[in-house]
Design a protein around this ligand. Structure first.
Ligand code: ADP
Ligand code: MG
Length: 229
C-alpha cells in the first residue's frame, strides 16, 4: 500500500492546488520525495491551460502526463462529467491505477470536497477511504468558512478518516474582522486547530509558494504526520 495524503477542500476553488504546490515544492527543497496526482480532473478540453495536474507536476519537476489519470470536458462533478461522455468512473480501476504509480508517498488532490459525486454510490471520500489515506483539508479564511470547515471535519470523523491537518488559505488581500476568531472557533467546535493561514500571493510559482509554506506552515511536522507510520 502507498502512503497517501489526500487533499480535500471545504469547497471547490479554496486553494487545494495552491497549498499542495506549496507543500510539494517545500518538501522537494528539503529532499523529501512526494509524488503528486490529480486522478480526476473535469473541465478539461484539448485547449485548457494551467490544469491542476500540470501545476502539481511542475512543483516536483514531473510532466503533466505523470500526474493525471481521468479527464473530462464538462466543468462539473466527476460523475456528471463522466456521464456526459457516456462513461462511468470505476473506483476499483482507479485504485489499481494509483497503486501502480512509482514511489511510496503520494499527494492526491481530490475534486471539490468530500461528498462530490464520483460514480453512482461513490463520492470523493470513498476514494480517500479506499486508499487508506490521511486527509489534508484546505478551507478559505473568508466569512462562512467555519460552517463549511466544521461540516467537512464532521464527515471525516463520521467516516473514521484521519485528519492529518487543516489549513486555512487566504484567497484575497483583504483580511475580514471575523478572521481573528475563526481558528479558535473551528478548534473549539471541530476539535482540530487550523494551521496557517497560508497568505495571499500574486506570485503562484512553486519557488515562491515553497518559501511561503516554509514561513507559514510547519512543513517538517506536516510531512511526518502525512507519511510516517
Ligand atoms: N494563497 C493564494 N494567493 C493568491 N491566489 C490564490 C491563493 N490560493 C489560491 N489562489 C488562486 O485561487 C484560485 C483557486 O485556487 P486553487 O488552488 O486552484 O483551488 P482548488 O484547487 O481548491 O480548486 C486559483 O486561481 C489560485 O491561483
Ligand atoms: Mg485544484
Amino acid at each position: 500500500m502507498k502512503r497517501v495524503l489526500f487533499v480535500t477542500g471545504t469547497d471547490t476553488g479554496v486553494g487545494k492546488t495552491t497549498v499542495s504546490v506549496a507543500l510539494l515544492a517545500a518538501w522537494a527543497k528539503t529532499g523529501r520525495v512526494v509524488r503528486p496526482l490529480k486522478p480526476i480532473e473535469t473541465g478539461m478540453t484539448d485547449h485548457t491551460e494551467g490544469s491542476d495536474a500540470a501545476r502539481l507536476a511542475a512543483a516536483v519537476g514531473l510532466r503533466e502526463n505523470d500526474t493525471m489519470l481521468w479527464r473530462f470536458a464538462l466543468p462539473a462533478a466527476p460523475e456528471s462529467a463522466a456521464m456526459a461522455e457516456g462513461k462511468r468512473i470505476d473506483l476499483g480501476q482507479l485504485i489499481a491505477a494509483i497503486q501502480q504509480l512509482p514511489g511510496e508517498n503520494l499527494l492526491i488532490e481530490g475534486a471539490g470536497g468530500l461528498l462530490v459525486p464520483v460514480a453512482p454510490g461513490v463520492v470523493m471520500a470513498d476514494l480517500a477511504q479506499a486508499l487508506g489515506a490521511r486527509l489534508l483539508i484546505v478551507g478559505r479564511t473568508q466569512l462562512g468558512t467555519i460552517n463549511h470547515t466544521l461540516l467537512t471535519l464532521a464527515e471525516s470523523q463520521r467516516r473514521g478518516l484521519p485528519v492529518c491537518a487543516l489549513i486555512l488559505n487566504r484567497l484575497g488581500e483583504a483580511v475580514g474582522p471575523q478572521e481573528a476568531d475563526t481558528a479558535a472557533r473551528i478548534a473549539a467546535h471541530g476539535g482540530v486547530g487550523p494551521l496557517g493561514p497560508f497568505p495571499f500571493s500574486r506570485q503562484q510559482d512553486p519557488a515562491t509558494l515553497a518559501a511561503l509554506a516554509a514561513q507559514h506552515l510547519p512543513i517538517d511536522a506536516l510531512f511526518e504526520r502525512a507519511f510516517l507510520p
